[in-house]
Design a protein around this ligand. Structure first.
Ligand code: SF4
Length: 165
């Protein structure tokens, strides 16, 4: 008998009301997979101690690297988020895929705005990845990852179900 694929999923996609603004959202992809995969929900921002609701955070260019900061409070979450992400991901016995919330400076896979400073009005570019997503890219480069907003998830579904034993 084949085991179900294990999919790490952003917790706000139907598993908990944990978004910065306290609003719940639904994901068509998550609903589609209900019952066919074992979901492993995680909210990196809650795990590093941010409450719900909370002030938004953003990616900020810092010399040659990036920082994760909360402009309203001035809190720099970079180290704690990197530490949490690596610890969580390294603790996984098995993972076959990721479904991550788009547009998030923690979970977003790509296209995340990068600002020059915490209080900049406009982003320098939109070439960033969320810190948790970036750690997933680095630790699991070959495991399929999907943006919850993707309209054509055929390849992702093929990949997560292919080879599960
Ligand atoms: S996008 Fe990620 S960090 Fe933000 S609320 Fe959802 S699970 Fe939490």
């Amino acid at each position: 008998m084949r085991n179900k694929p294990v999919v790490v999923v952003s917790r706000c996609l139907g598993f908990g009301v944990c978004r910065w603004n306290g609003v719940a959202i639904e994901s068509r992809l998550v609903a589609e997979l209900e019952g066919d995969v074992d979901f492993l929900p995680v909210c990196p921002e809650c795990e590093v101690g941010l409450g719900v609701p909370r002030q938004p955070i953003r990616l900020v260019r810092k010399k040659l690297s990036l920082a994760l900061v909360q402009p309203r409070t001035g809190i720099d979450l970079t180290r704690i988020m990197v530490k949490f992400s690596e610890k969580f991901l390294q603790s996984l016995d098995r993972v076959d895929g990721f479904i991550l919330k788009r547009k998030s400076p923690s979970c977003g896979l790509a296209g995340i705005p990068i600002y020059e400073s915490p209080d900049s009005e406009c982003p320098l570019n939109r070439n960033g990845s969320g810190f948790f997503a970036q750690a997933a890219h680095e630790l699991f480069p070959h495991i399929p990852k999907e943006d919850e907003g993707c309209l054509d998830s055929g390849t992702f579904l093929e990949q997560i179900f292919h080879g599960t034993s």
